[in-house]
Design a protein around this ligand. Structure first.
Ligand code: NAP
Length: 313
């Protein structure tokens, strides 16, 4: 057990893109026990915060930095995480934890060797409906699950070329958030039985995916992910149970039981995520659950592939 800390953890954000700006900066500021001490960015600076162009520069010039939050695309994160752990930093990984499943093993080994925290985050698991849904489902029979995770890629991922490259996951970039919730709320492990993936003819990652899962009881779990949704956006999970219908909507911000609200809270996923990081560092512990990524890898393994019309930003 690590000794209690007196000073906040000095953290650097690496990769100052959409999620770093939209969520990380404010969440760090709102979390006791941690402070934003630097950013490593090729393109951006943040007033009042030390700046380094690359992670390598930061690691060689800023020994006072104790932790890094890697907000870069998954294809470049493994090398960054390994370098940071080897330099004695705690590491927070944005989701998904990697571009492959196996690349995480050396990170786990490095964190054990150095005694530094490795935290593979799943921000959607901190949505307010998730733990109440998990508790509800522990006490009833589940008959079916239906996931609709449909959003407009042009709105949410403008100009993010990496998402369409191998390892970028395409529609699984948001879809894996649904899988992170599913794997948290279900009382038994689920496994994939079928996947249908739609690849734009000019892209290396799917724009849509239909997935069937089941569990040892034979329950049917259907997930539909689509990046081509215009108008209303849909991030819903509906579970038919022996005690009625449980619906998580708005990405897990709201929970309904037979249409009656059980939870309706303002989303605060990232402050909860940083609170967990501070706890892990304080405990000298790590938290790495690869289950959602395993399901995505399975979908690429057994998925039937359709080629659909080209996608242009
Ligand atoms: P983004 O806007 O493209 O930002 C990623 C940043 O990483 C870039 O701005 C760039 O930062 C750096 N970067 C890009 N390519 C790089 C490369 N080849 N080598 C080194 N650095 C590179 O992407 P994002 O939306 O923030 O997503 C980043 C991660 O967060 C993804 O894994 C995504 O799944 C996750 N995430 C995103 C959202 C969302 O709503 N966008 C939500 C939750 C989680 P610099 O210019 O500063 O170097």
């Amino acid at each position: 057990m690590a000794a209690p800390r007196l000073a906040p953890i000095r953290l650097a954000i690496v990769g100052f893109g959409k999620i770093a700006r939209d969520q990380h900066v404010a969440a760090i500021a709102a979390t006791p026990g941690i402070e934003l001490a630097a950013i490593a960015s090729r393109n951006a600076e943040l007033e009042g915060v030390a700046h380094f162009t690359t992670l390598e520069e930061l690691l060689s010039q800023a020994p006072e930095i104790e932790a890094v939050a890697l907000c870069t695309p998954p294809q470049v994160r493994q090398a960054q995480a390994l370098a940071a752990l080897r330099a004695g930093k705690h590491v927070l990984l944005e989701k998904p934890p990697g571009a492959t499943v196996s690349e995480i093993a050396p990170l786990i080994a490095a964190s054990r060797l150095t005694g530094k925290t490795l935290y593979a985050t799943w921000h959607s698991r901190h949505a307010p409906a998730v733990e109440p849904a998990r508790a509800f489902l522990a006490g009833c029979d589940i008959r079916s699950v239906r996931i609709d995770w449909k959003e407009d890629v042009r709105v949410w991922h403008p100009g993010q070329g990496w998402i369409w490259e191998p390892g970028g996951l395409g529609v699984f970039d948001p879809g894996i958030n649904a899988l992170s919730i599913l794997t948290r709320i279900m009382p038994r492990p689920v496994f994939l039985t079928r996947a249908d993936l739609a690849f734009p003819s000019n892209r290396a990652a799917p724009i849509a995916a239909n997935l069937d899962f089941t569990d040892e009881t034979g329950v049917l779990i259907r997930a539909e992910f689509d990046f081509r949704q215009t108008g209303d956006q849909t991030w819903d999970i509906r579970v038919e149970t022996s005690k009625g219908t449980l619906t998580l909507s708005s990405g897990g911000a709201k929970l309904f039981h037979d249409g009656q609200p059980m939870v309706d809270e303002v989303e605060a996923e990232y402050p909860a995520l940083y609170q967990r990081f501070v706890e892990l560092v304080g405990q000298g512990a790590s938290d790495v659950d690869l289950t959602p990524l395993v399901h995505v890898a399975d979908a690429f393994m057994i998925g039937r592939r359709d080629v659909v019309e080209p996608f242009d930003d």
